[in-house]
Write a new protein. Structure first.
Length: 196
C-alpha cells in the first residue's frame, strides 16, 4: 500500500523517534508498505517518521546510484547490492573528512542543496530478519544512511545548512509545509490541514 509522505513542517519529522518494538506483528506489513511508498516516489531511502510513524526504522535502496559518474569500482560494488532495512540502528562511529554532496528528501521535494557529512560511518542495527548487523560504510552509501539516520533523530538535511542558506530557502520551505508545491506522489501537509 502506498502511504502519503509527510511534508516538511510536520512535527513528526522534528522529534527523536522511539525504538521499534520487534514483537509488533504489523512490522512486516509496515516495511512492505514503506518499500512500495519509496519506489513509487523514486526515492533511494525512506524513514518511518516520513510516513508518520515515529519509530527507529528506515530502509534504503541505493542501487540507482550505480549510474552516477565519478564512482570508484569499489563504491559501485557496494552500491549495486545496497538494499537494506535498518531497525533500531545506532551509528557507533563517524570518521574521515567532511565532503559535500547535493541531497534531496522525499519530504522536501522542492529543495536540493549541498550537505556536508563525514566520509565513513560504522552502524549497528537489526535487519528485517531481526539479525544483528554491523556495517562500515563509505562515501555515498554512508551518506544515504546518515541522511536516513538523521530522520529518526528528528533532523532534516535543511537543518544542516548555513543560517544564510536557511534564510534564503525560507520561502520555499514555507511553500513546502503549506502544500504550495506539486510533488508527483501523495503527500500530507500539516500546515494546510490546520488552516481548514
Ligand atoms: Zn529525507
Amino acid at each position: 500500500m502506498i502511504l502519503p509522505i509527510i511534508a516538511y513542517g510536520s512535527n513528526v519529522l522534528k522529534v527523536k523517534a522511539s525504538p521499534v518494538d520487534i514483537e509488533d506483528r504489523n512490522l512486516n506489513k509496515l516495511i512492505a508498505d514503506m518499500w512500495e511508498t519509496m519506489y513509487n516516489a523514486n526515492g533511494v531511502g525512506l524513514a518511518a517518521p516520513q510516513i508518520g510513524e515515529s519509530i527507529r526504522l528506515f530502509l534504503i535502496d541505493a542501487t540507482p546510484f550505480v549510474n552516477d559518474e565519478g564512482l570508484s569500482k569499489k563504491e559501485v560494488e557496494v552500491l549495486k547490492n545496497f538494499k537494506r532495512v535498518f531497525i533500531n540502528p545506532k551509528i557507533i562511529n563517524e570518521n574521515g573528512k567532511e565532503w559535500n554532496f547535493t541531497e534531496g528528501c522525499l519530504s522536501i521535494p522542492n529543495i536540493r542543496e549541498d550537505v556536508s557529512r563525514k566520509e565513513e560511518i560504522t552502524i549497528h542495527f537489526l535487519d528485517e530478519q531481526y539479525k544483528e548487523q554491523t556495517l562500515t560504510l563509505n562515501g555515498l552509501a554512508a551518506r544515504v544512511v546518515q541522511h536516513e539516520y538523521d530522520h529518526i533523530e528528528g533532523i532534516l538535511f535543511t537543518d544542516k545548512l548555513s543560517p544564510l542558506k536557511k534564510r534564503l530557502l525560507k520561502g520555499k520551505l514555507n511553500n513546502n509545509s503549506k502544500g504550495n508545491i506539486k510533488p508527483d506522489y501523495k503527500m500530507l501537509f500539516s500546515a494546510k490541514k490546520k488552516r481548514k
